[in-house]
Design a protein around this ligand. Structure first.
Ligand SMILES: C=C(O[C@@H]1C=C(C(=O)O)C=C[C@H]1O)C(=O)O
Length: 84
């Protein structure tokens, strides 16, 4: 495959990522409103640990685990910001 072909594939994957992130952030916003209503804190360390562990199990190439963890930590940090 050529560089152009590979980049076309990446563009399609990125498009899906954006759509999925938009979906996630919409739900995060709802969670933020609910937490405000219930007087719950934005940060839930137990849940974040569960998110990281469950996603860790899905990763086929365990050598990439640290990269996924960084990505999910960043997504969760941004999510917490969006909840505020
Ligand atoms: C979205 C939530 O709020 C925060 C963000 C999380 C996330 O992005 O997955 C998880 C836990 C919380 O720290 C939640 O509590 O589910």
């Amino acid at each position: 495959m050529s560089l152009v072909d590979f980049r076309k594939e990446i563009d399609l994957i990125d498009q899906e990522l954006v759509q999925l992130l938009e979906k996630r952030f919409l739900i995060v916003h709802q969670i933020g409103l609910l937490k405000k209503e219930l007087g719950l804190p934005v940060f839930d360390p137990k849940r974040e640990k569960e998110v990281l562990e469950s996603k860790g199990k899905l990763i086929t190439n365990k050598e990439h685990l640290a990269y996924y963890e960084s990505i999910f930590k960043l997504i969760m940090d941004i999510s917490k910001d969006m909840e505020k």
